[in-house]
Ligand binder design. Sequence first.
Ligand SMILES: [Zn+2]
Ligand SMILES: [Zn+2]
Length: 100
Amino acid sequence: MTKDNKNWLSDVAALGCVVCRNLGYGESPAEIHHIRTGQGTAQRASNKKTLPLCAPHHRTGGYGVAIHAGQKKWEENYGTEIELLEQTKRDVEELRLCRI
Ligand SMILES: [Zn+2]
Ligand SMILES: [Zn+2]
């Protein structure tokens, strides 16, 4: 893993759950979710295809709440992985600018 990739993952986690923030719940401690949309054989940039999700929005929340309990329904509720990935990229850039 490159240094840039490592920093990326820690910055993504530091943002807090993207769904909780969008719902106005504040910054929930996040786990790293690797997105599956559009994942073919090319795995090179996969560390940048990650979303910060809290445990309920990631695994434990049940159908319609946890992405691993049913992605289609989850995306209807909270937005697509790709939309949230774009948001996460912008948020990481902002976080990094704040440190300069
Ligand atoms: Zn959450
Ligand atoms: Zn996941």
